[in-house]
Design a protein around this ligand. Structure first.
Ligand code: SP5
Ligand code: ZN
Length: 363
């Protein structure tokens, strides 16, 4: 570029379709609040990566999604908005997004009795949603589906020989399980990328999730699959943080799952130590390819987490992960400070390139 600024060589996979998803806020403790998972997030990231090669997301067959999700979840998400509108719920009571209100809590059911799929559009969402914060609007399904295409396209680039590729996914995905959605996530983009890598490389794949929140969906999808190692560093749910019910160190999946919960207020030192230990764990476990679930909401100043990681911390994390020398797909998850989100993602990608360079990678 000639301006002394390092140029990014990692391809950035992108789709404009992310803008079709406008959650229109979130319902938290029963109150509709503005929400932080907004379209501008991805646009800010794209601007910060303008010097990188841009690759348009390639539409993938439904099998790419079915590798990590039940058909029932896909059927629901694909029709949820149309069904909501057809049921008149946008007029009476005047709710302009799909918001669940009743959930098939395990305490409802006797042994041998399982939940029905509700006939009412007003109730159906509770069968699949595990929170009230993850609203569905007219373009949510198309955007969520395109986010999977974005992640899987990045996996294909790496399988074709790119040392690393970045998928600018929106909406994010790591909270979505095989049959459920929540935490601003609908479909698990990182899991779909891991499944594609797993099929392509033959050997084990590791997912390392550095988003500030526990990657509960990715953990659940691969919990009983010893060929996909899943590690996550996140703010301790035991200290009061989402997803509250899980994400504890005891959840080991027989040795192929690893959680590192950190105290609120943790900064570069503790966070980088955790990233380093997860990287070593993935290497020792024999991973042959890597997915980084790349949320940057651990940043100091992010409105959704109490971790205090700096820009230098994100750069150093990228170096640690790049130094594994594995084919690497980075999948965007959270990150909600619009003023810094782009720069922080850029730091991670530069760090990955530097780390791979140090180990003699081909970047
Ligand atoms: C992908 C991702 O980072 N999902 C995170 C979802 C966590 N959302 C928890 C929201 C809890 C309520 N937020 C209130 C914010 C007040 N500043
Ligand atoms: Zn997060």
């Amino acid at each position: 570029m000639g301006d002394g600024r390092p140029r990014l060589s990692t391809p950035v996979v992108w789709t404009d379709l992310h803008r079709l998803h406008e959650p229109g806020g979130e319902v938290w403790v029963g109150v509709r609040t503005p929400g932080t998972e907004v379209p501008e997030r991805a646009d800010r990231i794209r601007s910060a990566l303008a010097d990188a090669p841009i690759v348009e997301a390639r539409p993938q067959r439904e099998e790419a999604v079915l590798a990590v999700h039940d058909a029932a979840l896909l059927d629901y998400l694909a029709s949820a908005w149309d069904d909501w509108e057809a049921a008149g719920l946008t007029r009476d009571p005047g709710q302009d997004r799909v918001v669940p209100y009743i959930f098939p809590h395990p305490a409802l059911f006797s042994p041998g009795v399982s939940p029905a799929l509700p006939a009412a559009a007003s109730a159906r969402g509770g069968r699949f949603a595990f929170d009230t914060m993850t609203l569905i609007g007219p373009g949510t399904w198309e955007a969520a589906r395109a986010a999977v295409d974005t992640a899987v396209t990045a996996a294909d680039l790496v399988l074709a020989g790119e040392p690393a590729a970045y998928a600018c996914c929106r909406p994010p995905g790591h909270h979505a399980t095989r049959s459920g959605f929540g935490g601003s996530c609908y479909l698990n983009n990182a899991a779909a990328a891991a499944a594609r890598l797993r099929a392509g490389v033959g050997g084990k794949v590791a997912v390392i999730d550095i988003d500030a929140h526990h990657g509960n969906g990715t953990q659940a999808i691969f919990y009983e699959d010893p060929s996909v190692l899943v590690g996550s560093v996140h703010v301790d749910p035991g200290a009061g943080w989402f997803p509250h019910f899980l994400g504890f160190a005891e959840e080991t999946g027989g040795g192929t799952n690893s959680n590192v919960p950190l105290a609120p207020g943790s900064g570069d030192e503790a966070w980088l130590e955790a990233v380093r230990s997860l990287a070593g764990w993935a290497r020792a476990g024999g991973a042959e390819a890597l997915v980084v679930a790349l949320g940057v909401d651990a940043a100091s100043g992010d409105p959704e987490s109490p971790l205090e990681v700096t820009a230098a911390g994100f750069r150093a994390a990228g170096r640690e992960l790049g130094a594994l020398g594995l084919p690497t797909v980075l999948v965007q998850e959270g990150g909600y400070d619009l003023g810094t989100i782009g720069a922080l993602v850029r730091e991670v990608l530069l760090g990955v390139e530097e780390g791979a360079g140090e180990t003699g990678g081909a970047i």
